[in-house]
Design a protein around this ligand. Structure first.
Ligand code: NAP
Length: 283
């Protein structure tokens, strides 16, 4: 029987480290600040924003929130990003995605200053993550997964990692971060044949597909580590991940829960990235 590995101790550890870095910056008269840019009132954006505001306050990081109308024009939206780019009191910029249809993401992603782009929106950061250039900012969620594996002493060298999902926000950057830790990585997606068979070869299985409880115990190799990134609602209206946690725990050595797993570490990584951006901007 495996164990549930929770996000809270990981988040607490990162928070303590960030707090101490913020105190050091404060003693030199520097105050790190995150600027959140949100278009409209999507429930999941607001829920994440609430968590981020709480975490930043805990860390001593200032946060500004720009709430923009859902029908904002592309020019006005770009203007708002440029204002945050040039604002010297702002060190990190978080733009909630997906954006409404009238805003062309393929243009907008180039506008946010890569040095303040703490959640990997700008292709400059995507390229840096691909190259393994440590000055880039990887997206916060796959970075949170790496923090969890590190905290629970899961060495990835030579391990078979299978990532379920190939989005730009989770799956692809996750695979690259695993590769940088010398894992042998397989990426699966909706067209993958024999998904459970491929998954069952993994020493570390990351589920990021957004399908409630799709990962059954047949997907899991004996003693594997299972990381559940999914956030879904089940038939009873309850929050759940992509993994059937209880049955997979019978086979795996460790499984992250949902809620209280990866999601609870993401805002701490966001805080860590703001402080890193701040330190490199003031150099
Ligand atoms: P996404 O953009 O919808 O991507 C889903 C990926 O899963 C796609 O690559 C898709 O394949 C693949 N997929 C879908 N159904 C599949 C199936 N039946 N078998 C195999 N692959 C399948 O989602 P996302 O933004 O990456 O998010 C994934 C999940 O993570 C969601 O539940 C989301 O809510 C959650 N999430 C959590 C956090 C956190 O902080 N914990 C942060 C972000 C996202 P194709 O490419 O072929 O379509």
């Amino acid at each position: 029987m495996g164990i549930l590995i929770k996000g809270k101790p990981v988040a607490d550890k990162i928070t303590e480290d960030v707090k101490s870095e913020v105190r050091n910056l404060n003693s030199s008269g520097i105050q790190p600040k995150l600027q959140i840019i949100r278009v409209g009132e999507r429930e999941d954006d607001i829920a994440y924003e609430r968590g981020a505001l709480k975490r930043m306050a805990k860390c001593g990081i200032l946060t500004g929130v720009k709430t923009l109308p859902i029908d904002i024009s592309q020019d006005d939206f770009i203007e708002q990003i440029k204002l945050s780019n040039s604002d010297e009191t702002v060190h990190g910029i978080l733009i909630f995605r997906p954006l409404p249809k009238q805003l062309d993401e393929s243009i907008i992603k180039y506008i946010v200053d890569p040095n303040k782009d703490i959640d990997c929106f700008n292709p400059v950061n995507v390229a840096k993550v691909t190259e393994g250039d440590k000055t880039g900012f990887a997206p916060c969620t796959p970075s949170a997964v790496m923090e969890i594996l590190d905290y629970y002493d899961v060495d990835l060298t030579g391990k078979n990692v299978v990532v379920l999902g190939r989005s730009m926000v989770v799956g692809k950057p996750q695979a690259l971060l695993m590769l940088q830790k010398n894992a042998t990585v397989t990426i699966c997606h909706s067209k993958t044949k024999n998904l459970s068979e491929v998954a069952s070869k993994a020493d570390v299985l990351v589920a990021a597909i957004g399908k409630a409880k799709l990962v059954l115990k047949e997907f899991v190799k004996e003693d594997a580590v299972v990381i559940d990134v999914g956030i879904n609602v089940d038939d009873e209206g309850k929050l759940c991940g992509d993994v059937r946690t209880d049955e997979c725990l019978e086979i795996a050595s460790m499984v992250t829960p949902v809620p209280a797993g990866v999601g609870s570490v993401t805002t701490s990584v966001l805080a860590k990235h703001v402080v890193r951006a701040c330190k490199s901007l003031i150099k």
